[in-house]
Design a protein around this ligand. Structure first.
Ligand SMILES: *[C@@H]1O[C@H](CO)[C@@H](O)[C@H](O)[C@H]1NC(C)=O
Ligand SMILES: *[C@@H]1O[C@H](CO)[C@@H](O)[C@H](O)[C@H]1NC(C)=O
Ligand SMILES: *[C@@H]1O[C@H](CO)[C@@H](O)[C@H](O)[C@H]1NC(C)=O
Ligand SMILES: *[C@@H]1O[C@H](CO)[C@@H](O)[C@H](O)[C@H]1NC(C)=O
Ligand SMILES: *[C@@H]1O[C@H](CO)[C@@H](O)[C@H](O)[C@H]1NC(C)=O
Ligand SMILES: *[C@@H]1O[C@H](CO)[C@@H](O)[C@H](O)[C@H]1NC(C)=O
Length: 480
């Protein structure tokens, strides 16, 4: 498949044509071929399976969480395309980064461990369970148990002492951002809890999802119009918001709400116990899903067929993390369409129009230090620019384009019980769980070692960068 594309783009060069990836969205084969090409370019960034490197890590400047997001994307890639090329690297990464306590808190990442970082790995494991991604050998951590471990740790870290609840951003007191509560960390908790409820049929998970949502509304991180704001410091009791709205925050709550709707609507296949048939709950979650969907589409698509990362994209200020967010929006819009069928006709055409725009951006041929996939298939960032390659490339851009393209493989006929709908323990799921998985945060606090000069410099940099962005009027806490 890749050889075909290579030949095609060489011809394109000869003819002097400049165009993005060619995709016929009416043909599954064409979509799969395009996805394969983009995935190839994405995985070329990955060095974790090289001899001497650490499985699961991306090289600098990519933070650890983004690797978790990438392998979550690759779980879906395998599921949707059937391409087995990356199953082994994905499995190896997801198992290795589980760490000593089998909970996605490897000690190597202690210095920057946020609840959201851990959450992106846990969501990858959850997707693996829901998609029946090949299970690891029995003596290794299992997908469902990994998600449960992270859920259990979130429950332990729920913090009513400040802001009347919620998770803090960072796990450890000694890290920058411990005094900040944010939507994405609580979004990870909400999303994982809702999906565990659906997968296992255990009411406790649904109750926690409800509790997180209620808190988000109470504190105002989700307002009455379903805007989702970034977060707030605990010092002022979470009253002084950092206001940027990000696609991934909208997406993670949209999807979780749709899963909750699915859990409570008896006719959607949740026949394994909880709440099923509670029409009131089903109605409540349908309204929340609807509200989140409307606002997400209005705000990020703004009457066009293409989403924009409004808080940074128009002025070229998106950092490495933010360059990947639109991909998760694609993931969660599609997940929503599968969980809440009434959203399908709104959301999936918008995934497809985004995919078409993203594919047009996949026309770059940057130098090898920036991209090592097939020439002419590096994906740019601004999907609104049509075929004018914007020159911004990296894991985020490549993963986002891959996401948009691969999720168009979800077809309406499959909604409501065909083979693309995530499984549960009752409908063919094979992953083994452990309700008691996880470890205490205290047990993980490292014995203090002298802070190195490099770390002092890094901390100084973070502080400067933070001041800079406060002055710049757009406050978001940065990691060191
Ligand atoms: C790492 O994984 C990629 C993608 O599957 C593969 O092409 C490459 O050969 C692997 N590298 C090593 C050293 O195994
Ligand atoms: C932690 O770092 C060491 C040294 O680089 C490496 O050997 C090990 O595999 C890493 N562990 C994880 C879980 O990443
Ligand atoms: C449950 O789902 C079915 C099928 O999508 C739908 O017709 C029904 O209105 C839903 N029930 C509630 C209470 O939302
Ligand atoms: C049904 O759901 C509503 C709304 O979440 C809740 O208030 C009510 O207690 C539930 N009823 C039962 C019988 O679980
Ligand atoms: C949305 O579109 C309108 C009109 O097309 C434009 O004026 C406005 O600036 C856009 N909003 C954002 C947030 O881009
Ligand atoms: C449901 O989940 C809770 C929370 O993890 C756990 O304590 C309980 O044992 C679970 N119940 C069943 C029946 O598995």
């Amino acid at each position: 498949m890749r050889r075909l594309i290579r030949a095609a783009s060489a011809l394109g060069l000869l003819a002097g044509a400049v165009h993005g990836l060619q995709v016929d969205f009416t043909s599954d084969d064409s979509i799969k071929q395009a996805a394969s090409t983009v995935a190839y370019g994405l995985l070329k960034y990955y060095t974790g399976n090289n001899t001497g490197d650490t499985p699961g890590n991306l090289p600098d400047p990519y933070f650890w969480w983004e690797a978790g997001a990438m392998f979550g994307t690759m779980v879906d890639y395998w599921f949707l395309t059937g391409d087995e090329s990356y199953v082994e690297v994905t499995k190896q990464a997801l198992v290795h980064q589980a760490g000593d306590d089998q909970d996605y808190m490897p000690t190597n990442q202690t210095r920057t461990m946020g609840n959201d970082d851990q959450g992106f790995w846990a969501m990858a494991a959850m997707s693996a369970a829901e998609n029946n991604f090949p299970n690891p050998p029995a003596d290794q951590p299992q997908w469902l148990a990994l998600a449960q471990a992270v859920f259990n740790e979130y429950v332990d870290r729920w913090d009513p002492e400040t802001c009347n609840g919620g998770l803090r951003w960072q796990v450890f007191t000694f890290n920058n951002g411990y005094n900040y509560k944010n939507s994405i960390s609580n979004g990870c908790f909400f999303n994982i809890a809702a999906r565990l409820a659906r997968y296992t049929g255990n009411q406790t998970y649904a109750d926690w999802a409800e509790k997180v949502w209620d808190w988000m509304e109470e504190v105002g991180f989700i307002d009455e119009d379903f805007n989702v704001f970034d977060g707030a410091g605990v010092e002022a009791g979470c009253t002084e918001f950092s206001k940027p709205q990000w696609t991934y925050n909208a997406g993670i709550f949209l999807h979780g709400a749709a899963v909750m709707y699915n859990v409570y609507n008896a006719s959607l296949g949740m026949d394994n116990g909880i709440g099923g048939g509670n029409d009131t709950a089903s109605e409540v979650w349908a309204q929340r899903t609807q509200g989140m969907m409307r606002r997400t589409v209005d705000f990020f698509y703004n009457g066009t067929g293409v989403p924009t990362e409004h808080s940074c994209e128009p002025f070229n200020q998106c950092n490495i993390d933010q360059q990947s967010f639109k991909g998760y929006l694609m993931r969660w819009m599609t997940g929503t369409a599968l969980m809440a069928p009434f959203t399908f006709d709104t959301l999936m055409p918008l995934v497809q129009s985004a995919a078409a725009a993203a594919a047009l951006q996949c026309s770059g041929s940057p130098p090898a230090d920036q991209f090592r996939g097939d020439p002419g298939t590096a994906c740019g960032f601004k999907w609104t620019q049509g075929a004018v390659f914007d020159g911004q490339v990296g894991v985020g851009e490549q993963m986002s384009a891959l996401s948009a393209i691969q999720y168009t493989l979800v077809k309406k006929a499959e909604v409501g019980g065909q083979d693309k709908v995530p499984v549960t323990a009752n409908s063919g799921g094979t992953s083994i769980g452990n309700v008691n998985a996880g470890a205490s945060t205290e047990s993980k606090i490292p014995t203090p070692k002298p802070i190195s000069t490099a770390e002092r410099v890094a901390a100084g940099f973070a502080t400067t960068a933070m001041l800079f962005s406060v002055l710049g009027g757009s406050f978001f806490v940065m990691k060191d």
